[in-house]
Design a binder for this molecule. Structure first.
Ligand SMILES: Nc1nc2c(c(=O)[nH]1)N[C@H]1C(S)=C(S)[C@@H](COP(=O)(O)OP(=O)(O)OC[C@H]3O[C@@H](n4cnc5c(=O)[nH]c(N)nc54)[C@H](O)[C@@H]3O)O[C@H]1N2
Ligand SMILES: Nc1nc2c(c(=O)[nH]1)N[C@H]1C(S)=C(S)[C@@H](COP(=O)(O)OP(=O)(O)OC[C@H]3O[C@@H](n4cnc5c(=O)[nH]c(N)nc54)[C@H](O)[C@@H]3O)O[C@H]1N2
Ligand SMILES: [Mo]
Length: 823
């Protein structure tokens, strides 16, 4: 089991320099003069401070090479993944030069699409690569229309307000006349669409009741498919790791915790929590069983339901079975989820008897009908009536990016926009014309397979465009998308696939044109710390010069814009540092309006210190929905009724049979022990222990977890024994959609019947020309289903799959995905 690094002794001794503020003074914080900050750089020598998804760190640079990195001394819980960060800069999977697939180069766009992924690339000069890209953008636009260009490029690009490659890509494509974009994300595809109907906002990325308030007031902490001690290792911006402090607070306080999860998570282990392991994809049923118990034992809060919610009366006949003949009793739920009915009843009683916080993760909505679990959890919280009270209610981001870490008083740092001219006071209208089509982000494969078809989405109809060109920057679709083999086939509809990355991911390998980008450590940028904490602004200073022929995303797009004749419109005459300075200075003005004085840009930039912002006691004690509870009329929710909606007329009006108007148990297309399951094991395709999705899979970190050189497959001893599998065995996991190699890791920290294979293992097909061939490393998305959660949200179902696992017979094929193609 991975050990959790212990928090730094003495807690948060932040060495950052504070922004001068009346608020900080009131809090008793020392406010060093900005002048002193300039000296700090000398003291730190050649150690350069920068930031990453994994946190702030200082890098030692010798002779132009980063040789060591150390977590920032103010990080309460540094990520063990940092060692992979250093290695990622120099890893053998770096893309060194612009490359073009031979068939495409010699025979033109669309040539031999089945040959993608075979590694037959030709090195070209930057000049040639830029010309090819520019010519192809014009050709596709003029022949097929701008919507034939897909620019919805999704993924976990590096932090930084300047080199946001996705925004930069859209900025370019807008100038070229438009493109097809994408909506939503793979994280919360279902939840972020259903929740506005239920709670009036997307909720999943909004602040939860702050950890200090939880530690003080919560008596029973329920982590429902939520694992902060793993999933808050990272942030979308720069990780602050505040959730670790929060969970540690629960441990010190001795708060009772329950983890409802097929895996005994790091959080469960650290807190020595009660572990309840239902069958995956049955949570809605289990929640209904709890709700039924609450109602039948009169433990629900009728006053709260009456005052703050609508539609409980429409839901109740379903709960009681009056509308469909099936009462959703604990016994009924037990049959589905595999948890004893007594345990379900006991949970209901304890939830009601204690100040209970229900912390839900995202996995249960990344499943077929994933809208229902989120909606049902909010319904449960409504029945318990503790929403808006200290330490009670629900929280949907305690596990993610340190949701619940108290929010500091800080300005919002602006970032590059996709609309040139915006910062210069509103650009010309023609600049943003065209390309208004947008598809739900996980429906790209469906779009490629069904051009011209109509898709339902959230009450609207979308006509799917005929895509001919896709350009990806800062994401890895050949990792993040489901049903890889279907995807490989669908990709053949594209004439041209351009990929901009710094590593030879499976996506880059399937490209026609590969453009080597720098890592964020080879360019300058600026960012905030903590998605929720917003505790600091930090200069992400360049550590080293770009390696090989890599260029920054901004330089690459600028070169294409120049070639297309709109270079000036693209850059507005601004360099990288001009933009960074302008973002900082805009934040300075906002800070001033909030009563804070930030140092001038040069002092900040040269200080080699993060700029700290103050935290008020109010924010430490923030309680989600407290204001709504205090005055539901004045602070009405954003739903049509202004209340929590347990029955939604808006959802009803859409008439989708796969998303009824109140939370409902609907059988998923397949699940462990389900009526349609053709394979005996449920697959938990979790977020990885020692990676960020696919990032860092190509680094030394892999040595810490790979088994038999493959992605680990966690398996319960009973399941292993039944298959004659030993710890460390090389095995084949398969279903109707595909097959992958995995290494067996036997552990009783997983529920019998479930295997865990983390997402993000690099796809390495034995024969790229033959969809369905064996993936030699272990990309779990070969096994998952590509269907959508429902017609409402069209979210992905990355947590929906069943499979079988058997010992691999024969000569193990070599894994080749971690070095350059042809190496
Ligand atoms: N089965 C299953 N599938 C899943 C999930 C699951 O739980 N189960 N989770 C889903 C979720 S929630 C997500 S968010 C997605 C994640 O999917 P992605 O975000 O696509 O995955 P990453 O591996 O983070 O890919 C980011 C890529 O961007 C590159 N990159 C980083 N910085 C830069 C930069 O500055 N410039 C350029 N040009 N490239 C850069 C990295 O090298 C990497 O290849 O996966 C989804 N897929
Ligand atoms: N280390 C690390 N942290 C990350 C990421 C990463 O790649 N690596 N990715 C980040 C991103 S982009 C996102 S969106 C979030 C994702 O956050 P989540 O989607 O919440 O993360 P997962 O790891 O997929 O699942 C969380 C827990 O749910 C459990 N689980 C799986 N299926 C079920 C089920 O059917 N029922 C129940 N009750 N539990 C289930 C899993 O065992 C796991 O412990 O994580 C973020 N944090
Ligand atoms: Mo995500």
């Amino acid at each position: 089991m991975t050990t959790i690094p212990s928090p730094r002794k003495g807690g948060l001794s932040r060495r950052g320099f504070l922004c001068q503020t009346a608020a900080a003074a009131a809090l008793g914080a020392t406010v060093p003069l900005p002048r002193g900050a300039a000296l700090a750089q000398d003291a730190a020598g050649s150690e350069i401070l920068t930031g990453s998804h994994w946190g702030l760190f200082r890098a030692t640079v010798k002779d132009g090479r980063a040789v060591a990195i150390h977590p920032w001394e103010g990080d309460p819980w540094p990520s063990a993944q940092l060692k992979g960060v250093l290695d990622s800069i120099y890893s053998p999977s770096r893309i060194k030069y612009p490359m073009v697939r031979r068939a495409w180069l010699e025979q033109g766009p669309g040539a031999d699409p089945a040959g993608r992924g075979t590694g037959d690339f030709v090195r070209v000069s930057w000049d040639e690569a830029i010309s090819l890209v520019a010519r192809e953008l014009v050709r596709v636009r003029d022949t097929h229309g701008p919507e034939a260009i897909f620019g919805g490029s999704y993924g976990w690009k590096s932090p930084g307000r300047m080199h946001n490659c996705q925004t930069l890509l859209r900025r370019l494509l807008k100038l070229n006349g438009g493109f097809t974009s994408s909506m939503g994300d793979y994280s919360t595809g279902a939840a972020q669409v259903i929740l506005p109907y239920v709670t009036g906002s997307i909720e999943v990325y909004e602040q939860c009741t702050a950890w200090p308030n939880v530690v003080e007031n919560t008596e029973l902490m329920v982590f429902w498919g939520a694992n902060p001690l793993r999933n808050s290792e990272i942030c979308w911006q720069i990780a602050d790791h505040g959730a670790f402090v929060g969970v540690d607070g629960l441990k010190k306080k001795g708060t009772r915790a329950i983890c409802i999860d097929p895996v005994r998570t790091e959080t469960a282990q650290y807190l020595d929590a009660e572990w309840i392991a239902p069958r995956p994809q049955t949570d809605t049923a289990m929640m209904l069983g709890i709700a039924h118990t609450l109602y039948s034992e009169n433990l629900h809060d009728a006053d709260f339901l009456a005052k703050y919610t609508t539609g409980f009366d429409r839901f109740l006949p379903y709960l009681l079975g009056e509308s469909d003949g099936t009462p959703k009793t604990a016994d009924w739920a037990s049959n589905l989820c595999g948890i004893p009915a007594d345990t379900i009843r006991d949970l209901a009683r304890r939830f009601a008897a204690n100040r209970t916080m229900l912390a839900l993760g995202y996995s249960t909505q990344r499943q077929h009908h994933g809208e229902q679990s989120t909606w049902m959890l909010v319904t449960l919280a409504c029945m318990l009536g503790q929403i808006g009270l200290p330490g009670g209610g629900y929280g949907l981001s305690y596990h993610y990016a340190s949701g619940g870490a108290p929010t500091h008083l800080s300005p919002i740092l602006p970032s590059i926009t996709d609309t040139p001219g915006q910062s210069a006071g509103g650009g010309a209208a023609w600049l943003s014309a065209g390309g208004t089509v947008s598809i739900p982000v996980s429906r790209l494969v469906e779009t490629l397979l069904n051009p011209g078809a109509t898709m339902d989405y959230n009450g609207t109809k979308i006509t799917l465009p005929a895509l001919k060109l896709a350009w990806w920057a800062g994401g890895n679709p050949f990792s993040h998308h489901q049903d890889r083999n279907e995807m490989v086939r669908a990709w053949q509809a594209l004439d041209t696939f351009i990929v901009q990355d710094f590593q030879w991911t499976a996506t880059a390998r399937h490209a026609d044109i590969v453009l080597p980008a720098t890592t964020s450590y080879e360019r300058n940028d600026i960012e905030q710390v903590g998605d929720y904490a917003l505790s600091h602004i930090v200069a992400m200073r360049k550590l080293i010069e770009p390696l090989h022929e890599a260029r920054s995303d901004y330089d690459i797009f600028t070169a294409v814009a120049d070639k297309l004749g709109f270079g000036y419109a693209y850059t507005e005459g601004q360099t990288e540092m001009d933009w960074i300075r302008s973002f900082y200075e805009a934040a300075m003005i906002e800070a001033r309006a909030k009563g804070m004085e930030m140092p001038v840009f040069d002092v900040f930039w040269n200080s080699n210190q993060p700029l700290a912002f103050p935290l008020s006691e109010d924010q430490r004690q923030f309680v989600r929905h407290a204001s709504f509870r205090a005055d539901p009329l004045l602070n009405a929710l954003g739903t049509p009724s202004g209340k929590f909606e347990i029955f939604s007329r808006a959802v009803q009006a859409m008439g989708y049979d796969d998303c009824p108007p109140h939370p409902t148990w609907l059988e998923p297309v397949e699940r462990l022990d389900g009526p349609t399951a053709r394979y005996p094991l449920g697959v938990a395709a979790n977020h990885p222990v020692k990676r960020l999705h696919s990032q860092l899979c190509g680094t030394v970190l892999r040595e810490d977890y790979a088994i038999a050189g493959r992605e680990p497959c966690w398996m319960n001893p009973a399941d292993a024994a039944a298959r004659g599998l030993q710890d460390g065995d090389l095995a084949r996991a398969f279903n109707d959609r595909g097959q992958i190699l995995v290494g067996i890791r036997i552990t009783d920290e997983i529920r019998p019947g479930v295997v865990r294979i983390d997402e993000g293992g690099w796809y390495d097909p034995a024969d790229p020309r033959t969809p369905g061939s064996l993936c030699r490393y272990g990309d779990v998305n070969v096994l998952t289903t590509g269907i959508a959660t429902s017609r409402l949200s069209q979210g992905n179902c990355g947590q929906t799959a069943v499979c079988e696992v058997e010992k691999f017979q024969g000569v193990p094929p070599e894994v080749t995905v971690f070095v350059e193609p042809g190496a």
